[in-house]
Design a protein around this ligand. Structure first.
Ligand code: FO1
Length: 307
């Protein structure tokens, strides 16, 4: 069994590639970007994974359902609601069902498994925790705000001086995630925003301890090529928490629990600095533009697992 620790869009590509090569796959999903909007519980990274694996994802946007419309949102705006979060009409069906299941006492794990079965997805999808927690962005001028407020409402513009994972210390790691880590042949950290996509999961104390215990099995792929993030505000968050804005910064963030680190060939010059953190470094083409790139990178990763 292979377990992936995942975030949103970039992670879907990796999981799709791995799923094509390995049947027994589990994905531990980020829950830090979950948010209540208009009384609905929205779980963007879980949904991106569900839609991506069900071939429903709007690949251009990287979130939501392809060919979706926004009539409900437009109508809500006509009633004066301040709606800065783009909930599509089809996507809304997920949030409506999820919210009613959660309100009737089901856990996020049960709800996620329900959707997984609806879409006939063989990969196990495990929310990192069933406890509600969220990622807070610290800005010096506008104060603390939810990650979605920072990224979507304020378009990622405010200066950032910190990132906090509210409630992570009190959140119980999902027992299924703990089992997946201990029983897997390898744990793969997807090439995702290290702070906002992977950060909330590794901030769960029990889960982090389990990763540290299994460090020899943990492989990470850097989401950076040079000082550029493949997408999103990774560099901004990394700087805010005092990390170097390069693959060395990502490796430093993961050093306690990662033993093999994959970087872009273009970052060859950083290999020695990363090795000095006690990791084996592998260089390859880490970009996944097309399906064949997903398979190529994942085959490379699986070869490292066999070593
Ligand atoms: N991202 C945006 O930039 N604008 C949106 O209006 C938006 C809506 C949205 C709705 C559902 C969903 O699952 C994701 C959505 N995202 C939107 C993406 C999301 O903000 C982030 O990119 C992820 O949380 C980070 O992985």
């Amino acid at each position: 069994m292979i377990t992936v620790i995942a975030g949103g869009t970039g992670s879907v590509k990796l999981v799709r590639g791995l799923a094509a090569l390995e049947k027994n796959l589990a994905v531990i999903c980020n829950v830090g970007d979950n948010i209540w909007i208009q009384g609905l519980y929205v779980c963007p990274d879980i949904d991106t994974m569900l839609y991506g694996l069900a071939n429903l994802l709007d690949k251009k946007r990287g979130w939501g359902i392809k060919n979706d419309s926004f009539n409900c949102l437009d109508q809500l705006k006509k009633t004066g609601a301040s709606l800065w979060f783009g909930l599509g009409d089809r996507d809304l069906s997920t949030h409506l069902i999820r919210t009613s299941m959660i309100k009737s006492g089901k856990s996020l794990s049960q709800v996620t498994n329900f959707f997984r079965k609806c879409y006939s997805i063989p990969t196990q999808l495990i929310p990192a925790t069933d406890t509600e927690m969220n990622t807070t962005i610290v800005t010096p001028i506008m104060g603390d705000m939810h990650l979605q407020e920072f990224w979507v409402k304020h378009k990622g513009r405010p200066r950032v001086t910190g990132v906090k994972f509210a409630n992570a210390v009190n959140a119980k790691a999902n027992p299924a995630a703990m089992d997946a880590i201990s029983q897997s042949q390898a744990i793969i950290i997807a090439p995702a925003n290290p702070v906002s996509s992977i950060g909330p999961t590794i901030a769960l104390p029990e889960l982090r301890r389990e990763l540290v215990r299994n460090r020899h099995k943990v492989i990470a792929i850097s989401p950076l090529v040079g000082a550029t993030a493949v997408s999103g505000p990774a560099i901004k968050y990394m700087r805010a928490i005092g990390l170097d804005n390069s693959s060395v910064g990502v490796a430093t963030y993961y050093r306690d629990f990662v033993s093999k680190f994959i970087i872009s060939k273009q970052d060859h010059d950083l290999a020695l600095q990363i090795e000095a953190l006690g990791m084996l470094v592998y260089e390859t083409n880490t970009m996944m533009k097309e399906k064949k790139d997903e398979i190529r990178l994942c085959s490379h990763i699986l070869k490292l697992v066999e070593k």
